[in-house]
Every structure is written in C-alpha cells, then in structure tokens.
Write a protein that binds this ligand. Sequence first.
Ligand SMILES: *[C@@H]1O[C@H](CO)[C@@H](O)[C@H](O)[C@H]1NC(C)=O
Ligand SMILES: *[C@@H]1O[C@H](CO)[C@@H](O)[C@H](O)[C@H]1NC(C)=O
Ligand SMILES: *[C@@H]1O[C@H](CO)[C@@H](O)[C@H](O)[C@H]1NC(C)=O
Length: 187
Amino acid sequence: MEKLAALMMIFLLAMPMGHCSLEGPEEVDEWFRKLPHAKEKITKLHFFFHDRFAGKNVSAVRVAHASSTAKSPTAFGLVFIMDDPLTEGLKPTTKELGRAQGLYAFSGQEELSLLMAMNLVFTSGEYNGSTLTVLGRNPAVPHREMPIIGGSGVFRLARGIASAKLLEFNTTTGNALIEYNVVVIHY
Ligand SMILES: *[C@@H]1O[C@H](CO)[C@@H](O)[C@H](O)[C@H]1NC(C)=O
Ligand SMILES: *[C@@H]1O[C@H](CO)[C@@H](O)[C@H](O)[C@H]1NC(C)=O
Ligand SMILES: *[C@@H]1O[C@H](CO)[C@@H](O)[C@H](O)[C@H]1NC(C)=O
C-alpha cells in the first residue's frame, strides 16, 4: 500500500521537463484554431507485436477471470493487461518502435473473441511520444480488423484501421507474434 501511495505521488506531481516546451493547453488550443486550414493526411505503419507470457521479458499478465471461466470453451471472462513491445522486425531484438499498452478480455460466449482496448505508444522516430487508441473486436479469424478511434501528439483526432495477422502462437507458453498494418487519417 505504501508503494502504491508513493507511485500515486510521483504520478500526480509529474512536472513538465522545461518551461519553453510548447505543449499544454495553449498549444492544443492553437492547434484547434488552425484545424480548419489543416490538410488530412494518411499514414501507414507496419510493426510486429510480441505478446509474451513466458521466458524473458514477460509483457502480458492475467489479471481477472470469472468463476465460470474455467468451464467456458471460449475462456469467457478472462482478462489480461499487456505492455507489449512493437518492433520493426520479426525478432523481438529488432528496433523497438513502441509499446501496446492496455487490456484484452475474452468477451465471446459462443465464439473465441477478444475485446481489445489499447494504446499504441510510440517511443522512437518521428512518432515518439504520440499515441493511437485501438478499441475493437479481435475474433479468432486469420485477419483481424480493429478500429482506431483517436490519438495524441502527431495523431490528434486520428481515425483508421489496425489490421492484425497472427504469425506464430506457442501453445505451450501462449507467446504470440502478430503482424500489424495500421492506416490512419490525421492532420
Ligand atoms: C529483453 O529485454 C532486454 C532489454 O530491453 C533486451 O535487451 C533483450 O534483447 C530482450 N530479450 C528478448 C528475448 O526479447
Ligand atoms: C523519445 O522521447 C523521449 C521524451 O522526449 C526521449 O527521452 C527519448 O530519448 C526519445 N527516444 C528516441 C528514441 O528518440
Ligand atoms: C514453445 O515454447 C517452448 C518454451 O519456450 C519451447 O521449448 C518450444 O520450442 C516452443 N514451441 C514452438 C513451436 O516454438
């Protein structure tokens, strides 16, 4: 409990890094003022998503389930929280472009299907510090299509589609490798 209180304190007292940074409500107001003249652009992103439950660098944890989950053929009620690395290449050791932070929940009673609620948090290159928010259904089909419902930083007011394709799944560990293609409209 003491540790949690200390973490809350750090979170609440977080200070801006410098005085001169043009971030904050004034900059956001200015951005919206210019919006009528801004041009829409389309950005495409490609990366690999590593969901790891075992081995080095575990990145997803099981946090909740219902009393009936164990009996459900579709794991209905099971919830995971993830902070999964997004890399440029297939291998987890290739350049990290960001993280997928959020949760997924087994939300189908009749079929295997996940609710995805996550932020793609970019940590390198021109999108460093910007985020995209994915909220959608991730069914057990070869190609999954999930809506991008917003973003921050470079991706303010973004909307688009994240297409996911499962490339590898280890039935022993649960570790998964997923290829993501993202197309977003933003300004
Ligand atoms: C685990 O993470 C460390 C530090 O980020 C990294 O150097 C290492 O390559 C990772 N290992 C695997 C197997 O991903
Ligand atoms: C991303 O931005 C953070 C915060 O501004 C900075 O500390 C970090 O070095 C940047 N990372 C890269 C890879 O540019
Ligand atoms: C699954 O993971 C286990 C444990 O790391 C490993 O021994 C096994 O080779 C993996 N299976 C496949 C098909 O990659």
